[in-house]
Design a protein around this ligand. Structure first.
Ligand SMILES: Cc1cc2nc3c(=O)[nH]c(=O)nc-3n(C[C@H](O)[C@H](O)[C@H](O)COP(=O)(O)O)c2cc1C
Length: 198
């Protein structure tokens, strides 16, 4: 698929068939995340991949909010939870070539650990499109975080920034919603050329 098609076709898909996806396809989706950029090449991310039926069922028991309006999400044969690891950045930037030995978070203009994990997740979304599949990124609710951590033995220091479902598009995937098309902001609204304002 052409890169421009991958970009234009990307959208969130919340309904899947129960058709499996091949193990090699799962690996391509996961491996694409590792090509993401990261500040100082810290790579402070981790991914929990759930392909077994019983693991996915355990996940949906916890992340039930997401499926209230989209029951077809549960059919997805792959769920990847993206986790950001702040300490990897503080450790990396305390090294001699960066020199932030105090590990102060105030030095950071934005939480790059979450940003980079988001970039890695976007690559998985795009790879799913390139594979002819659908995918959806969604957040876990605050009250779902502790049960999720406990159920999947997530180490302290790793923050689940959200989860991505991947699978074959179901019959109930609506056309790209009019609302999304209408609400997509125009380039002139969001791009400020040369300076912001007069
Ligand atoms: C950080 C983030 C969190 C999101 N959380 C959810 C979510 O909890 N549930 C959901 O159905 N979609 C979620 N989405 C998907 C957005 O609703 C979707 O990207 C947006 O409506 C634009 O639609 P499109 O991606 O299909 O173009 C999230 C997207 C992002 C980037």
């Amino acid at each position: 698929m052409e890169y421009s098609q991958v970009i234009s076709r990307r959208r969130m898909v919340r309904d899947y068939t129960d058709e499996p996806i091949s193990a090699s396809c799962v690996e391509r989706v996961l491996a694409s995340a590792l090509r993401a950029p990261s500040a100082g090449f810290s790579q402070g991310w981790a991914f929990l991949a759930l392909t077994e039926q019983e693991d996915r069922a355990r996940f949906w028991q916890i992340a039930s909010t997401q499926t209230e309006h989209s029951p077809g999400m549960r059919n997805a044969p792959l769920i990847v939870v993206s986790l950001s690891h702040k300490d990897a950045y503080l450790d990396r930037y305390a090294e001699a070539d960066k020199g932030w030995e105090d590990r102060a978070e105030s030095r950071w203009p934005a939480p790059y650990w979450d940003i980079d994990t988001g970039m890695a997740t976007l690559l998985m979304l795009l790879t799913a499109v390139d594979e002819g599949l659908g995918a959806c990124f969604f957040g876990l609710m605050p009250d779902e975080l502790s049960p999720f951590r406990a159920a999947f033995a997530i180490p302290a220091g790793y923050l689940p920034i959200g989860a991505t479902t991947v699978g074959h598009r179901g019959a109930n995937v609506p056309p790209q919603s009019e609302r999304v098309a209408q609400r997509r902001r125009s380039i002139d609204e969001v791009v400020h050329r040369g300076s912001w304002g007069d």
